[in-house]
Design a protein around this ligand. Structure first.
Ligand SMILES: C[S@@+](CC[C@H](N)C(=O)[O-])C[C@H]1O[C@@H](n2cnc3c(N)ncnc32)[C@H](O)[C@@H]1O
Length: 183
């Protein structure tokens, strides 16, 4: 077996491990449906002085498209793509190199169940918006971490509704459902 083949084999199984490890990534990677992007971006309701976080950003499909729209509208919206999988982080850094709005996008390696949002709020944002596309059994855990830190927040949840916020829920029908919650 040549050394090159061995290295390729190690990288291959390393990537498989990163995507399948329940400890490193308890929520599997599935990108939001491309066809729903216009509805998702409408639900995010991009504005000046707004921070948009994608918690579990995957390859950044939502955050990069939203940042492109903000750039086209000349908005100063700040975008934070939070991810725990190093392979997806690397993919986002590569995509960032070619993005027209790169100065307003931050890629963050962190755990969405523990992340301290306030450390990113170095600016007086008038609105904080969170995009979530995560398994239903982890949604409440993530939302309770957010609620413990922030009082005024907007959440856009793809595909899965948030039971504890049901009384604030608005539903958008796309290919999949998009749930919007605002205080
Ligand atoms: C269903 S995907 C959604 C990807 C992206 N938000 C989208 O809409 O295309 C969920 C993502 O959450 C990430 N993830 C899982 N557990 C995480 C954690 N504890 N902290 C940060 N990201 C996590 C996974 O690696 C995966 O990329």
């Amino acid at each position: 077996m040549s050394i090159t083949f061995l290295i390729i084999l190690i990288i291959f199984f390393g990537i498989i491990f990163l995507f399948s490890s329940k400890t490193l990534s308890p929520i599997p990677y599935f990108p939001s449906n491309k066809k729903d992007l216009p509805l998702i971006i409408k639900a995010l309701n991009l504005k000046n002085n707004q921070a948009v976080f994608d918690l579990g950003a995957g390859d950044g499909i939502v955050i990069f498209e939203a940042a492109k729209k903000a750039y086209e509208k000349n908005l100063n919206t700040q975008f934070f793509a939070v991810e725990i999988n190093p392979v997806l982080i690397l993919i986002m850094y590569i995509k960032l190199l070619f993005h027209p709005n790169k100065k307003n996008i931050k890629i963050v390696y962190d755990d969405i169940f523990k992340i301290n949002i306030k450390k990113f709020l170095n600016f007086d944002f008038s609105l904080l918006t969170f995009y979530l596309y995560i398994s239903p059994w982890y949604l409440e855990k993530t939302v309770s971490n957010l609620k413990s830190q922030l009082s005024n927040l907007k959440i856009v949840s793809y595909m899965y509704s948030i039971k504890s916020l049901k009384n604030k829920q608005k539903t958008i029908n796309g290919k999949n459902k998009i749930y919007v919650y605002k205080n």
